[in-house]
Design a protein around this ligand. Structure first.
Ligand SMILES: *[C@@H]1O[C@H](CO)[C@@H](O)[C@H](O)[C@H]1NC(C)=O
Ligand SMILES: *[C@@H]1O[C@H](CO)[C@@H](O)[C@H](O)[C@H]1NC(C)=O
Ligand SMILES: *[C@@H]1O[C@H](CO)[C@@H](O)[C@H](O)[C@H]1NC(C)=O
Ligand SMILES: *[C@@H]1O[C@H](CO)[C@@H](O)[C@H](O)[C@H]1NC(C)=O
Length: 180
C-alpha cells in the first residue's frame, strides 16, 4: 500500500477505535415482575406504578415476561427480530450501567435496568428495609459490542479494557500488513 494511504488510514482507525471504545450500552427497561393481566401492560407507565415523588427507580418500557420469570436478557440481546434498541441506552461518559432489584424473601419482585450517573464504584450494594424488602443495586461498566454488563449482577468490566482490546487488534492488524 502507498505511504499516503497509511497516513490517512492510521488516524482514521484510531478514531474508529476510540469511538467504538467510548459508546458501550446498558440495558434500559423495567421488568415489573409478577403481573396479573399481561394484556394490560401497555396501559401502564412509570408514573402510574411509582408516581413522581419518590426514589423508586423505574424506566420505560415496562416489560412483562411469559410465566413472570426474570427477563432473559441474553435472549433479548441475541434476538435479531426484537427491536433491541428500545431496551438499550448509551453508556455515555460519566455514566454507568445499573441494575436495581427488589427482592423479598429471596424472590425477585421487579428489576430496573438503566444508564445512570452514580457515585459509587463498580459492584453490588444491598440495603435491607425494615419490611424485609431487600434492594440490590449493581453498578458496572459495559464493553462496546458486548452484551451490556447490567444483564448479570457480578460483571466488572472496565471501559478502558474496550479501548485496550481495540488497540491490540489494531496493532495486530498493522503488523499483519507490515505497516509498522
Ligand atoms: C385482561 O384485560 C383485558 C383488557 O382489559 C380484558 O379484555 C381481559 O378479559 C382480561 N383478562 C383476564 C384474564 O382478566
Ligand atoms: C418494585 O417492587 C417494590 C416492592 O414491591 C415496589 O415498591 C416498587 O414500586 C416496584 N417497582 C416498580 C417499578 O414497579
Ligand atoms: C424474538 O423476539 C420476537 C419479538 O418480540 C419474539 O416474537 C420471538 O419469540 C423472539 N425469539 C426468541 C428466540 O426469543
Ligand atoms: C459521593 O461520594 C463522596 C464520598 O463518599 C461524598 O463525599 C459525596 O458527597 C457524594 N456525592 C453525592 C452527589 O452523593
Amino acid at each position: 500500500m502507498p505511504l499516503k494511504f497509511h497516513r490517512l488510514l492510521l488516524p482514521l482507525l484510531l478514531f474508529v477505535c476510540q469511538l467504538l471504545a467510548e459508546i458501550p450500552q446498558c440495558f434500559h427497561f423495567t421488568w415489573v415482575g409478577a403481573y396479573e393481566n399481561h394484556s394490560n401492560i401497555h396501559t401502564e407507565t412509570c408514573d402510574s406504578r411509582v408516581g413522581d415523588f419518590n426514589d423508586i427507580p423505574c424506566e420505560e418500557p415496562l416489560v412483562v415476561t411469559p410465566d413472570d420469570t426474570v427477563p432473559d436478557v441474553k435472549a433479548l440481546w441475541h434476538n435479531a427480530t426484537e427491536d433491541r434498541d428500545n431496551f438499550l441506552c448509551q453508556m455515555s461518559p460519566g455514566r454507568s450501567c445499573v441494575k436495581y432489584s427488589y427482592i423479598f424473601k429471596g424472590g425477585i419482585q421487579n428489576i430496573t435496568y438503566m444508564c445512570a450517573i452514580v457515585n459509587s464504584t463498580n459492584g453490588c450494594y444491598r440495603q435491607t428495609h425494615a419490611t424485609g424488602m431487600v434492594v440490590e443495586a449493581c453498578v458496572c461498566t459495559s464493553k462496546v459490542g458486548l452484551i451490556p454488563c447490567n444483564g448479570c449482577s457480578n460483571s466488572r468490566l472496565s471501559g478502558a479494557m474496550g479501548l485496550a482490546l481495540c488497540l491490540i487488534i489494531l496493532y495486530q492488524w498493522l503488523n499483519k500488513y507490515r505497516i509498522l
